[in-house]
Design a protein around this ligand. Structure first.
Ligand code: 13P
Ligand code: SF4
Length: 303
C-alpha cells in the first residue's frame, strides 16, 4: 500500500486539474476501485453515469467496449482508456457484417445486443441490454421471437425466464464459461453452508447450481443484504477483493477466474492516461449516432 499511495494521490490531484471523472467497473482491482474511482458499478450503472456526468474528461477503467459506450453517450467529452488493448471475448465474437447477415436470415426479428459489443455492432441492432435488464429488454419488444447476441449463455439464461423465443449467437465470456456445474457441486459437498452466486454469463447448468444469479452490481447487493457466512462469487476475482472490507464476517470461498483484459488496467496506466491525455477513444460519428439509439432505448426503458 505505501507504494500505491503516491500513485493514488497523483491520480486524484490530476483528476481535479483536468476536470476528469474516473468510471470503474466492479472488476477493477481494489486500489483502483477504492483508491481513485469516482463511480463504480456494473455495465448499466457506468453507461448511465457516462450519459449524465458534467466532467470534461471520462477515464474509463474497464474494457474497450465500455469506453466506446461512454463516447457514444457523451460525444462532446474526451474519453480515455488507460490501455486500449483491453478487449473482451464477447465483443470480439461478432462483427457488424455478422449482424447484417442475421437480419437477412431472420427478417422482422428484433435484434437485442448485449452491451459487450463494439459500437459498430450496436449500430446494427435495435436495442442494447446488460445482464441486469436483459429479460426486461427482451420482453419490452412485444415480439414472439428475438435475437439476443452475442452471448449464447446469457441468451439461454434469459430464455428460461420468459415466454419469448430467444435466438442467439455463439459468443461466450472467456472468464465465465470456464466454471463448471461439477466443480460447484464438489464445493457444496465440502462446504454445505456455502451460498453460491453466479453471473448470468455462466452456462445455464452453472447458474442452476447457484442460490442467486445477477449482474455484478446485483451480486454485490445480494452479499451486502444477506451477509452469508460463506459465499462463492462465481465471477471475476476482484469482486470479492473489492467488497471484502465492507462485508466483515463474510468468508469468500474461491474459485474465481481472472479477466486478462480487465487486468490490463493498472494505477500507473491510469496516471499516464491523465498526464498524457491518452489513449483517446473515438467512434465514427455516423456509427455513434446509430449505436446511441440502441443504448438510449435501453437507458430510457421504465424499470
Ligand atoms: P456486468 O457488470 O454488467 O454484470 O457485466 C459483467 C461483465 O463481464 C462486464 O464485462
Ligand atoms: Fe469480456 Fe468476460 Fe472479461 Fe467481461 S469478464 S470483459 S465479458 S471477457
Amino acid at each position: 500500500w505505501p507504494l500505491l499511495a503516491p500513485l493514488i494521490h497523483a491520480i486524484n490531484k490530476l483528476k481535479r486539474e483536468r476536470n476528469a471523472v474516473v468510471l470503474a467497473h466492479n472488476y477493477m482491482t481494489p486500489e483502483i476501485f477504492h483508491g481513485v474511482a469516482d463511480i463504480v458499478g456494473d455495465s448499466l450503472q457506468l453507461a448511465k453515469e457516462a450519459a449524465r456526468t458534467d466532467a470534461e474528461v471520462i477515464v474509463q477503467c474497464g474494457v474497450h467496449f465500455m469506453a466506446e459506450t461512454a463516447k457514444i453517450l457523451s460525444p462532446e467529452k474526451t474519453v480515455l482508456i488507460p490501455d486500449s488493448k483491453a478487449g473482451c471475448s464477447l465483443a470480439e465474437s461478432i462483427t457488424a457484417e455478422d449482424v447484417r447477415g442475421l437480419r437477412e436470415k431472420h427478417p422482422g426479428v428484433p435484434i437485442v445486443t448485449y452491451v459487450n459489443t463494439s459500437a459498430a455492432v450496436k449500430a446494427e441492432c435495435d436495442i442494447c441490454c446488460t445482464s441486469s435488464n436483459a429479460v426486461q429488454v427482451v420482453e419490452s419488444l412485444n415480439a414472439p421471437r428475438v435475437l439476443l447476441i452475442p452471448d449464447q449463455y446469457l441468451a439461454a439464461n434469459v430464455a428460461r425466464q420468459t415466454d419469448v423465443e430467444v435466438l442467439t449467437w455463439a459468443g461466450a465470456c472467456e472468464v465465465h464459461e470456464r466454471f463448471t456445474a461439477e466443480e460447484l457441486r464438489e464445493y457444496r459437498e465440502i462446504e454445505p453452508a456455502v451460498k453460491i452466486i453466479a453471473h448470468p454469463e455462466c452456462p445455464p447448468e452453472v447458474v442452476d447450481e447457484a442460490d442467486f444469479s445477477g449482474s455484478t452490481a446485483g451480486m454485490i447487493d445480494w452479499v451486502k443484504t444477506n451477509l452469508p457466512e460463506k459465499v462463492m462469487l462465481v465471477t471475476e476475482c476482484s469482486m470479492a477483493d473489492n467488497i471484502a472490507s465492507e462485508t466483515p464476517g463474510v468468508d469468500y470461498v474461491r474459485p474465481c477466474n481472472l479477466c486478462p483484459h480487465m487486468k490490463r488496467i493498472t494505477l500507473s496506466k491510469i496516471l499516464d492516461a491523465l498526464v498524457e491525455m491518452k489513449e483517446e477513444v473515438t467512434v465514427d460519428p455516423e456509427v455513434a449516432d446509430r449505436a446511441r439509439q440502441a443504448v438510449e432505448r435501453m437507458i430510457h426503458l421504465k424499470s
